[in-house]
Design a protein around this ligand. Structure first.
Ligand code: ACM
Length: 767
C-alpha cells in the first residue's frame, strides 16, 4: 500500500495572472485547524445515510459526542446517520474512548479512514470530541449535501497550546444566552477551549450576585447618549441570571470549553460603584458610564470593600468551576486614590510608596483569597506593575507582548492576547462597507501570521506560554451580527495558530482550506466577514477625471481566488471575464467584481464601483486620511447602540480634521458634504489634553475647507447647525473659487470640543 505523507498544509499552488494565486485541487483535506500529522493512503470509504455512528464504549460523554456529530452532520450535510451502541463493526464510524489509545494528550486523538470504515480513538472525552470535529470537517469538504467519499487516511493529532482562548465583552454590548451558545459552538468547531467572559466594567455589571442585588438592579443599566432619540433605547443593558450562567457553563463544558469569568478590578469599576458607592473611593454615586475608554472610578482599599469583593468572588467561584478567575487589573488610572486622604493614609500604614504598588498589593490580596479557595488568579499585564503579584498568577499580555516576556522571565505563566494583532475589535479591511471598529486593519493574514512564542524567550521560559487568545471588545459591536463579522473567519486563523504545530504555519494552505469552511459557516448561518476577499476596484481618479478614460485594477486583500467582473452592471459569475491585468475603460462605466474559489463558490459578495465624473469627484469619509498629528481612528455608527451595521463614519476623536487626496479639480466650483453629528462618548482620561480645540466664528463651529494643506488658504467655511435641533445627519454646501489641476483639501470641523463629534459621510465636488 502506498502511503503519501502530507507535509503540513503544502497545497500545490499555481500562479495565475497578475500575481493572483490559484489553488489547484488541494491535496490536503480542508481541515481547520490542520492536524499535527496527516497521511493520505490508497483506497476510499464512502459515508452515506446507512453508515452508523457506533459508540464503542458506555461513557455518557461518548454518547454526547456521537449525538453532536450526528446533529451537526444532519444540519450541515443533510446526512442523518443512525447512532448505535456496540462493538466496532465494519462499514461504520466507530467512536471509542480507550485508555490505551495512541495519543496520550487528553485533547489528542487518532482518526483513521480505511476502505472498511472510520475509527476515532482517544484516551479522554475531550480528545474524542476533537476527533469528531475533525471527522465532521472531513465529511463537509464542500457545500454539497448527502454522501461523501473520503480518501483513506490516518490522523494523529494533539494541540500545540493548552490555552486556546476567545474573550467576549458582554458589558459594552450585551449578547443573549442563545447568541453566546452559538459562539461557543463555533469555538468548539475551531478547537478552542477557553471562553474568557468579560462580565463587569464601567458601562455595566452583567452577572447576578444574590448578595448584592443593586449590582444588577442599578449596575446593569446605562442611559445612552441620545436616549430615546436617533434609534437609541431609553436605557441599555441587561444581565445574566445565575441560571443563565449555569446554562452557559454547562453548554460550554459539553464542548470542552472552560468559561473563565472576568470581574475587573480595581478600575473599570464604575457600574459597581454606581450600585454601591460605599465601595468606591469618593463616596459619591456616579451613573453607570455610557462613555467608552478609561473612566476614573476605582474600588476602595478598605476592609469593607475587600469583604464585598470576596463575597462577590464566592458566588463567582460557585458558578464557574474554572481554575482560573480573571480579575482584570487593566487601565486603572490612579487619580481617585491619589486624591483620597483615607487611601493615602492606608498606603502609609502599609508602607506602600506608590499607587501602582498599592494596585499590586490589592491584586496580591485578591490572589491570595483565590489561592485559598483552590483557584488561580489571571489578570491583564498591569498586574505586574506593582511587583506584588502572587507567584502562581497568570499574566494575560495585551499591551503588545512585553508583559508576556517580563512575566515569563519572572516565572509566571502567560497567555498572549496582544493588541492590536489579536484584538478583534480592529477592523479587518478598509473598504467603505467594512463594519464599525477600530483602525488600523488587522487582517485575516495578520492574525494567521501571529508569532506565538516571543523569540527572546528561551525554551524554559517558553514553557510558561500557556497559549493564545483573541479579544472581542464590543464598544462598536451593538449586535451579534457585528460580533460574528468581527470574529469570523479570523477565528479560523486563531484556531490554527493555537492548535496546529508551528511547522503547519502555511498561509497559502490555509487559504486553500478556507472555502470549505465558508460553506460550513453558510450552512450554519454564521455571518462571517468576506473582507479578505472583497474586490477593491481601483483606478487613477485624476487621470480618469482629466482624460475620460480609466485604467481599472482589481485586487482583494488576501491576493487569493479568481476575480471575475462585469462592465454592464450585471452580477459577476465564474463565467464572467476573468481579471488578469489592469484594463482600460471609457467613462461612464460600472465595474462589478467578485472573487471565486477554485470550485466556483463565491469568496465574497460582489463589490461595485461606478466610474463617471460625479462618482470620481465624490469620496466617502472613510477614504479620507487623518490630518497629520494623530493616527487614532475609529469607524463609528451614528448611534452607539444602533441595530444596523451601516452607515459607518471614520472619526478621529482627538482631531476633527481629514484630508481629501489630491483631486483633478478642473470645473469643480462647489463642495457638498454629507455631515453627521455623533455623541462624544469617549472617556480619554489623561489623554483628554491631546484633543485639538480650535477657534470658531459662529456659535456651533464650522466645517472649514483649506486648499492643499491644513495651513492652506480657506476656500470655504460652512457654519454648523444648532446641535440641539434638527437631524443628526445634514448636508453642508459652499461655492469654491474656480480650481484647476490637482489639489488636495483639508477639512476641519471647528466645533467646540465639549460638544458632539462631527464626521464626514461623503464629500463631493460639483460643477
Ligand atoms: C484591555 O484591552 N484593556 C485589556
Amino acid at each position: 500500500m502506498s502511503r503519501r505523507l502530507i507535509l503540513f498544509g503544502c497545497a500545490i499552488l499555481a500562479l495565475g495572472g497578475a500575481g493572483f494565486v490559484r489553488a489547484a485541487a488541494p491535496p490536503v483535506p480542508a481541515l481547520l485547524p490542520l492536524p499535527a500529522q496527516l497521511h493520505v493512503d490508497a483506497g476510499r470509504f464512502t459515508v452515506d445515510a446507512r453508515t452508523p455512528i457506533v459508540l464503542a464504549d458506555e461513557a455518557a460523554s461518548t454518547l454526547r459526542t456521537g449525538a453532536w456529530l450526528a446533529d451537526v452532520l444532519a444540519r450541515t450535510r443533510g446526512l442523518r446517520l443512525p447512532l448505535k451502541h456496540g462493538a466496532a463493526g465494519a462499514h461504520a464510524i466507530v467512536l471509542r474512548r480507550d485508555p490505551a489509545a495512541p495519543v496520550a494528550d487528553r485533547e489528542g486523538y487518532t482518526l483513521t479512514v480505511t476502505p472498511d470504515g472510520i475509527r476515532v480513538e482517544a484516551r479522554d472525552d475531550a480528545g474524542l470530541f476533537y476527533g469528531a470535529v475533525t471527522l465532521w470537517q472531513l465529511l463537509t469538504p464542500d457545500a454539497k449535501q448527502g454522501a461523501v467519499e473520503l480518501p483513506a487516511l490516518s490522523i494523529r493529532d494533539q494541540p500545540r497550546f493548552a490555552w486556546r482562548g476567545l474573550m467576549l465583552d458582554s458589558v459594552r454590548h450585551f449578547q443573549s444566552v442563545a447568541e453566546i451558545e452559538r459562539l461557543l459552538e463555533q469555538m468548539a468547531q475551531h478547537k478552542l477551549n477557553t471562553f474568557h467572559w468579560h462580565l463587569t466594567d464601567d458601562q455595566g455589571w452583567r452577572i447576578q450576585i444574590r448578595r448584592y442585588p443593586e449590582l444588577t438592579r442599578i449596575g446593569a443599566w446605562r442611559t445612552p447618549p441620545e436616549a430615546g432619540r436617533e434609534g437609541e433605547p431609553e436605557r441599555y443593558g441587561g444581565f445574566y441570571t445565575q441560571d443563565d450562567i449555569r446554562r452557559i457553563v454547562a453548554y460550554a463544558a459539553a464542548r470542552y470549553i472552560t468559561v473563565v469569568p472576568e470581574i475587573d478590578m480595581p478600575g473599570h469599576a464604575q457600574a459597581a460603584v454606581a450600585a454601591y458607592p460605599q465601595f468606591g473611593v469618593t463616596g459619591q454615586r456616579p451613573s453607570v458610564s455610557s462613555d467608552w475608554g478609561v473612566n476614573p472610578y476605582l474600588y476602595n482599599v478598605d476592609d469593607a470593600t475587600f469583604r464585598f469583593i470576596e463575597n462577590v468572588l464566592d458566588e463567582v467561584m460557585a458558578l464557574f468551576p474554572s481554575t482560573y478567575i480573571h480579575v482584570g487589573g487593566d487601565e486603572a488610572i490612579k487619580d481617585q486614590w491619589q486624591a483620597a486622604p483615607a487611601v493615602q493614609a492606608k498606603m502609609r500604614e502599609l508602607g506602600i510608596k506608590s499607587e501602582d504598588a498599592l494596585q499590586g498589593w490589592f491584586i496580591g490580596r485578591v490572589g491570595r483569597y483565590l489561592d485559598a479557595h483552590g483557584r488561580r488568579l489571571v489578570g491583564w499585564d498591569e498586574i505586574l506593575d506593582g511587583d506584588n503579584v502572587p507567584a502562581d498568577a497568570t499574566v494575560m499580555s495585551w499591551r503588545g507582548t512585553d508583559g508576556a516576556i517580563k512575566a515569563a522571565l519572572m516565572g509566571h505563566d502567560v497567555v498572549l492576547s496582544p493588541a492590536p494583532q489579536l484584538y478583534f475589535d480592529h477592523v479587518q479591511g478598509d473598504l467603505a462597507d467594512e463594519y464599525a471598529g477600530r483602525l488600523g486593519v488587522e487582517s485575516l493574514q495578520s492574525v494567521y501570521a501571529f508569532p506565538t512564542v516571543p523569540a527572546v524567550l528561551g525554551a524554559a521560559q517558553a514553557k510558561h506560554v500557556l497559549g493564545v487568545q483573541a479579544n472581542v471588545w464590543t464598544e462598536h459591536m451593538p449586535t451579534f451580527a457585528h460580533v460574528e463579522h468581527a470574529v469570523f473567519p479570523r477565528l479560523a486563523a486563531l484556531g490554527e495558530v493555537a492548535w496546529s504545530p508551528v511547522v503547519a504555519n502555511d498561509w497559502p494552505g490555509f487559504l486553500a482550506r478556507l472555502p470549505a469552511q465558508f460553506a460550513r459557516y453558510r450552512a450554519q448561518r454564521v455571518g462571517y466577514a468576506d473582507s479578505a476577499f472583497a474586490v477593491d476596484v481601483g483606478t487613477d481618479r485624476n487621470l480618469a477625471l482629466a482624460s475620460g478614460r480609466a485604467t481599472v485594477t482589481l485586487a482583494n486583500q488576501a491576493g487569493f481566488g479568481a476575480i471575475h467582473y462585469t462592465l454592464d452592471g450585471s452580477v459577476p459569475t465564474p463565467a464572467s471575464p476573468r481579471y488578469g491585468a489592469p484594463f482600460n475603460v471609457t467613462l461612464p462605466v460600472t465595474v462589478r467584481a467578485a472573487s471565486f474559489a477554485a470550485d466556483g463558490s463565491a469568496l465574497a459578495a460582489p463589490r461595485q464601483r461606478v466610474l463617471d465624473r460625479a462618482a470620481l469627484l465624490s469620496l466617502p469619509g472613510t477614504a479620507l486620511a487623518n490630518c497629520p498629528g494623530s493616527d487614532f481612528r475609529l469607524r463609528l455608527q451614528p448611534a452607539p447602540d444602533a441595530q444596523d451595521t451601516q452607515p459607518v463614519y471614520a472619526v478621529n476623536v482627538f482631531d476633527a480634521c481629514q484630508l481629501v487626496p489630491a483631486t483633478w479639480m478642473d470645473g469643480a466650483s462647489a463642495i457638498r458634504v454629507e455631515a453627521v453629528r455623533l455623541p462624544r462618548n469617549f472617556a480619554l482620561a489623561h489623554e483628554q489634553r491631546l484633543v485639538v480645540a480650535r477657534p470658531h466664528a459662529t456659535p456651533f463651529g464650522e466645517l472649514v475647507v483649506h486648499a492643499d494643506t491644513c495651513a492652506g488658504a480657506v476656500l470655504a467655511s460652512m457654519p454648523l447647525p444648532d446641535p440641539a435641533h434638527g437631524p443628526s445627519r445634514f448636508e453642508l454646501q459652499a461655492q469654491l473659487p474656480a480650481q484647476t489641476g490637482e489639489r488636495g483639501l483639508c477639512l476641519i470641523y471647528t466645533a467646540p470640543i465639549d460638544g458632539p463629534l462631527y464626521a464626514i459621510g461623503r464629500v463631493a465636488l460639483t460643477p
